[in-house]
Ligand binder design. Structure first.
Ligand SMILES: N[C@@H](CCC(=O)N[C@@H](CS)C(=O)NCC(=O)O)C(=O)O
Length: 207
């Protein structure tokens, strides 16, 4: 098994999940910026959508989509409780992962891709520069809803650190560097962010 990885919040999320579980795999780092390596014909054979990361399996097939890769690794390397120990816990963690992904991560990242990142992305897929500001605002609105939910809570899903925390942390840590910081009003989210930032898996996967 091998993880094809690169810069960016998507591959970092998988590496942070692996670090939390103590999984070590061979890594192949590709240059998705200057090298355009996430869009070559060879890479598209592994991931028809383009993009990084991709997990190469021992049977020669490939998995992409970060939450799917994490679910697969969780099954292959039992231990820890980042998704859930029973159906109820898994349901709760998956529900929050999907909420965070669809309502916060996707709009905010597309807001970046269609504005600050447009030079990199405009030849890779359709970009909607006119939508960028609105998407950033949608993400912030939903971060505000999460801020209310987080009052008095340590972690996003239930009372344990899960895949949902890893996902959102990797996005917000990336987005703060490209002009989408956590609003000063979102104090509960900021306190949660600082809690996650102190975990060894964050330092181990920085950069
Ligand atoms: N939905 C995909 C998104 C992957 C993705 O967009 N990865 C970014 C890095 S953060 C990338 O490869 N960007 C360059 C490109 O799309 O060519 C996933 O879950 O893995």
């Amino acid at each position: 098994m091998k993880l094809i990885t690169s810069v960016g919040p998507n591959p970092r999320m998988v590496r942070m999940f692996m670090a939390e579980k103590g999984i070590e795999l061979p890594l192949e780092t590709i240059d998705i910026v200057k090298g355009n390596a996430s869009r070559t014909p060879e890479h598209i054979k592994k991931n028809p959508m383009g993009g990084s990361p991709v997990l190469e399996l021992d049977n020669g097939s490939y998995l992409s989509e970060i939450t799917v890769i994490c679910e697969y690794l969780d099954e292959k390397f039992p231990g820890g409780n980042l998704i859930g120990a029973n159906a109820e816990e898994r349901g709760e963690a998956r529900m929050w992962t999907r909420r965070v992904d669809l309502n916060i991560c996707e709009p905010m990242l597309n807001g970046f891709r269609y504005a600050e990142g447009i030079k990199l992305f405009q030849n890779r897929f359709r970009c909607l520069p006119e939508a960028a500001d609105g998407l950033k605002a949608v993400g912030q609105d939903n971060l505000g809803k999460l801020n209310e939910w987080m009052a008095g809570k340590q972690w996003i899903a239930g009372n344990r650190f899960t895949i949902a925390d890893i996902l959102l942390f990797c996005w917000l840590d990336f987005l703060k560097g490209v002009g989408q910081s956590i609003s000063a009003d979102h104090k509960n989210v900021q306190a949660w962010f600082d809690r996650v930032a102190a975990r060894p898996s964050v330092a181990a996967t920085a950069g």
